[in-house]
Ligand binder design. Sequence first.
Ligand code: SF4
Ligand code: SF4
Length: 200
Amino acid sequence: MSTQDSNGGPARVIPNWESCIDCGACEVACQRTWDLPPESDRIQVVAIEHGTDNETNKPMQCYNCAEAPCIDVCPTEALHYTDNGSVRVSGDKCIGCHYCGVGCPFGAPQFPDGEVPEAQESEPLGARGNGLMDKCTTCEPRQENDLEPACSSECPTDALLFGTPEELSEKLDEDNVSTPFNEESAQIIFGDDADEVMGD
Ligand code: SF4
Ligand code: SF4
């Protein structure tokens, strides 16, 4: 397991959609780890083609995109890249305008009504809550302690893969599944590393 930028690009969590069984363990792991309210959606399992024979479950969270549309549209520079390439929101700059929610193609920005407990720390990971933007941080403090993000760590079916683009490519190959992204999405998420993950 690599952490950020140690092996060919920042480490991210991506889904292996074929393995998700909709058990909700990733959602609970995220909420418990960061003391988030139950209604928090930093990661959420979404049913696709609900009620049909083709129904599948897909865990979704922020991909900390290499070419992040949310950063491009934020009018206050509340959204920015950290040194290791993650996308971070500054609670003291966010004005809750929702532009990032419209700009993100993956539905990642959340706007919780209540206060987000961790945001009260001296170096908040997200916004303050109360209608300001909040999203997945790829559990950076866990990574600094050489731990995987809570969601991928606790998924019982390995439906969440964590690693650098090179490692993600290897894991997808091992599982004999293709990347869940189309070319446009892969370019946004992985930037110059898109071809490696797409297997081109
Ligand atoms: S997934 Fe959405 S919120 Fe996350 S970096 Fe990409 S555009 Fe921004
Ligand atoms: S809601 Fe906050 S983070 Fe999102 S675009 Fe507006 S100011 Fe930026």
